[in-house]
Each structure stands twice: as structure tokens, then as C-alpha cells.
Design a protein. Sequence first.
Length: 182
Amino acid sequence: MRKSVVSAIAVLGLFVSATAFAQPRKDLQIFNDVSRQVQRYVYFTIFDDVSASVDQGVVTLTGKVTMPFKVKEIAKRAEKVEGVTTVVNKIEVLPVSIYDDQLRYEIARAIYGNPSFWQYAAMANPPIHIIVDRGRVTLTGVVNSNVERMLARSIATSFGAFEVTNDLKTDAEMRSALEKVL
């Protein structure tokens, strides 16, 4: 019995010392986990847009969401990620507006109803996000090509928005940006 207690203490000592000296999680790992948490959030829709940045375990959340409760819940999900030391929450809530809601739905139906975007509409988390703030539309997300980016913008401009900003990125642009980070 004495040998097993000594062995258990030795193993516990190795475990504690190994975890005490383990390197902290890298920012890219934390970023990927925070991104997954946001994407898996049940109430995150194509009408919300949240971005995250990580610097030495400090996560900064930015973007816009349609409901106030989403701000707190997304931050809570980010806080639970291993390696996160602090969450700086700069997510804004979009104003309540019947006009904005109507514009969101019309643009979403037109974009995702277009045969060029059917493959995106079938995804669990469609990649094109439509942010409408006081009649001003911003398209965010990732598409396969520049043609799709221009088509999405063209569709969005046909509904009487005051302004349409196209912040869509292509797959190639995202890969290039990722390579620069790595």
C-alpha cells in the first residue's frame, strides 16, 4: 500500500509540474475556438456579424448583433474557451427598426434565393451576413469568387438601401490573410 501511495504522489507531482510549465495556448488556437463558439451559438444568424482578435489570451469581440442578449451570451461563450484571460466586448446592438428588418429579409431572400448562392443557403451557417443599420447595408463573410462578391452586392443594391458596403472576401483573400498570420 505504501508503494502505491508513493507512486500516486509521484505521478501527481509529475502531472502538476507538467501542467505548471506547459506553454499557454497559442493565440491562433484560442481564435479558432472562439470562432467555433460564435458559429455554434444557436441565436447567431446571417443578420449578425461578430469578429474576434486575440492577443496573448485577451480576446476582443467586435461587430453588430440584432438583439441585446446576444452581446452578453457571445461574450460568455468566449470566456469559457481555454486560454482566454480576458474578453473585451465591443459588440454593438443594431437599432430596432421595421424598415431595417424588412430590408434584411428582402436582401437575404434575394441573395440566398439566387441559383448562384444556393450552395451557401444549404449550409448550416451560411457565409454571407447581411447587416442593416438605419437603412445602410453591409455585406460580410466569405464567397468563392469575385464574381459572387459582385453579384451579391448587385442584388443588395436593388432594394432601396441608403448605402451598400461590400465587405465580402473571397476564399483566396482569406487564405492569403491566414498565410500572413502564420
